[in-house]
Design a protein around this ligand. Structure first.
Ligand code: 8X3
Length: 248
């Protein structure tokens, strides 16, 4: 049986990927900060789902999680680096530092720490790594400088890691979605459900299941095929034009 390790499995894309892979016969290690969410997923999915409470911002904790994986779940074949968040949409000149540092610690430091900790196993098993980046890695938008910066890091880290892993058989992919209706916007707006609902209202966003299906497809391609980057948007989303200020 193949084993996937999914960060941020408590909700959204992570939880959808856990459900899908379990349905397809995988077993899944799911991490996240919210123990109650992980426990209810365990109740729903059974013992092929191993819930582990862990914080992406705590490097020692991440190493402990990897070191203490129970024997039956130690052979990780697929790492899905899904955990991540965005700070409030505030121009940097008006932003507080703490939320920005929190995002960088989660999206960048945590992702690198966990990937590094799992690499020996992934190399041994000729496994795969799927990193969740974003369209924001490529297309900037106002109020998203730090978030976009972290996602550009994830994309370029993915490509660089492919170079480092040349010859190991390990596959590495950066998946870069646009608007997916999850708790992402609720977090970004500090819990403003009305703002989140308004953003997704009437635009038929992608769903967590759409992205989970994409992850499954990438991860189960024949071993000689590596998807480097994969950008997705809902049909209703495209790009804005350049902003021009005439008083500058
Ligand atoms: C976030 C993508 O389009 O919702 O990763 O800003 S978008």
């Amino acid at each position: 049986m193949k084993t996937a390790f999914i960060t941020g499995a408590t909700a959204g894309i992570g939880a959808a990927a856990a459900r899908l892979l379990l349905r397809e016969g995988w077993q899944v290690v799911g991490t996240g900060r919210r123990g109650d969410r992980l426990e209810s997923l365990h109740d729903e999915l059974g013992d092929a789902f191993l819930p582990i409470v862990s914080d992406m911002r705590d490097a020692d904790d991440l190493q402990r999680v990897v070191d203490q994986l129970p024997e039956a779940f130690r052979g990780v074949d697929l790492l899905i680096n899904n955990a991540g968040l965005a700070p409030p949409m505030t121009d940097l000149q008006n932003a507080e530092q703490a939320p920005l540092s929190n995002v960088i610690a989660t999206n960048v430091d945590g992702l690198v720490t966990l990937t590094r900790a799992l690499l020996p196993t992934l190399i041994e098993r000729r496994g795969a790594i799927v990193n969740l980046s974003s369209v924001a890695a490529t297309y900037p938008y106002r109020g998203g400088a730090v978030y976009a910066g972290t996602k550009a890091f994830v994309r370029q880290f993915t490509l660089g890691l492919r170079c480092d892993l040349q010859g190991t058989g390990v596959r590495v992919t950066s998946i870069e979605p646009g608007m997916v209706e999850t708790e992402f916007t609720l977090v970004r707006t500090g819990g403003n459900q009305a703002a989140s609902d308004a953003l997704y209202s009437g635009m038929n966003p992608m769903t967590a299941d759409d992205i989970a299906e994409t992850i499954r497809w990438v991860a189960t391609l024949p071993p000689h095929l590596n998807v480097n980057t994969l950008e997705l948007m809902p049909t209703s989303q495209s790009w804005a034009g350049f902003a021009i200020n005439r008083e500058a």
